[in-house]
Design a protein around this ligand. Structure first.
Ligand SMILES: NC(=O)c1ccc[n+]([C@@H]2O[C@H](COP(=O)([O-])OP(=O)(O)OC[C@H]3O[C@@H](n4cnc5c(N)ncnc54)[C@H](OP(=O)(O)O)[C@@H]3O)[C@@H](O)[C@H]2O)c1
Length: 210
């Protein structure tokens, strides 16, 4: 699959690395082509780097890996994305990571979808810490779940297939509105990892009676 990743920080670089390893064609983009180029070189010299306004032309799917406050601006800078599948991985965290700036009666994902009508927005990967991408998508012998919320079933299937190709366990988490649950869940995960000192080798998962 041809995937454009916006942002080359913790998540963008981790996703790009996994995507390349899984055989996807990755285009990396962001505010600085030089920074994107440096990250791309450190992953795979063949990875494409393009300025924001050119980065989405060939993409089957776009992953927005910027801070929540920059997501809409970043996506708009790619041009008209009507009809395109866009994955929002953001958590609208307060600067001290103690809470959410948006939530409970709406969500980051719903606000982004409202600002970009026509985009097929899918929430995914927001409960996966960046270290999981570098250290591997398995914990305690189990694939880490990627909870996927969205209103377009075909787009969700596409993202599920992508998550599976990276070694994760895709889970249908319902409509985009359920991002109201997924974003606080990520906050709780961050609390366990950092505030409770459990470390970053953790991820939320459900247990089932067999
Ligand atoms: N870190 C985690 O463990 C984790 C886990 C799950 C979800 N998330 C979510 O993933 C997103 C990225 O987190 P991160 O930790 O990767 O952040 P990060 O390391 O700070 O990286 C953010 C990236 O976004 C780019 N960026 C900023 N403004 C932009 C704009 N207007 N247009 C295009 N690119 C822009 C930055 O480029 P410059 O450096 O050039 O400014 C940088 O490459 C956040 O929404 C976060 O909530 C993070």
């Amino acid at each position: 699959m041809n995937v454009t990743v916006i942002g080359y920080g913790n998540m963008g670089s981790g996703l790009a690395r996994r995507l390349v390893s899984a055989g996807h064609q990755v285009t990396l983009t962001g505010p600085s082509t030089d920074k994107a180029q440096a990250v791309a070189q450190s992953i795979d010299a063949k990875m494409k780097v393009l300025p924001l306004e050119q980065a989405a032309a060939q993409a089957d799917l776009i992953i927005a890996s910027t801070p929540y406050a920059e997501q809409v601006k970043a996506l708009q800078s790619l041009g008209d994305l009507s009809g395109r599948v866009v994955v929002d991985i953001s958590n609208p965290l307060t600067p001290d990571f103690s809470g959410l700036t948006v939530g409970y009666t709406t969500s980051a994902a719903e606000e982004i979808a409202k600002a970009l009508p026509g985009v097929k927005l899918v929430k995914a990967f927001n409960t996966v810490l960046a270290q999981i991408f570098t250290e591997g998508p398995e914990l305690s012998g189990q694939r880490v779940p990627v909870l996927i919320a969205g209103d377009d079933e075909a787009s969700k299937q596409t993202v599920a297939g992508l998550a599976e190709s990276l070694g994760f366990a895709p889970v249908d988490a319902g409509p985009l509105k359920n991002s109201r649950n997924l974003e606080p869940l990520a906050l709780q995960n961050i609390w366990f990892a950092y505030m409770a000192g459990q470390g970053t080798g953790i991820a939320p998962a459900w247990l089932h009676r067999t």
